[in-house]
Design a protein around this ligand. Structure first.
Ligand SMILES: [Zn+2]
Length: 80
């Protein structure tokens, strides 16, 4: 019987750890491959308007549960 949780391996965006996750349930982070950063965030971590081009070329990358926890503990209103 096939496993319904089709887990795959992926590299965490934040810590680069390879972890197994269900792509349907994992927290993902939209990243612009040109900058390696989310389209709406600058290198310095400040917000900027995301250009439609940046959003269009961006891909979702997974974030491991440890890093999601860490982000929540820091009280971020925007957990990725
Ligand atoms: Zn991580």
């Amino acid at each position: 019987m096939p496993d319904e949780r089709a887990e795959i391996s992926g590299e965490c965006y934040a810590c680069k750890r390879v972890f197994r996750h269900d792509p349907k349930e994992v927290v993902t982070f939209l990243v612009d491959p040109e900058t390696g950063l989310p389209p709406g965030i600058t290198f310095f971590g400040t917000l900027r308007p995301a250009t439609p081009e940046a959003v269009a070329r961006s891909t979702d990358v997974p974030v491991c549960p440890d890093c999601v926890d860490k982000a929540r503990r820091f009280g971020s209103e925007n957990p990725f």
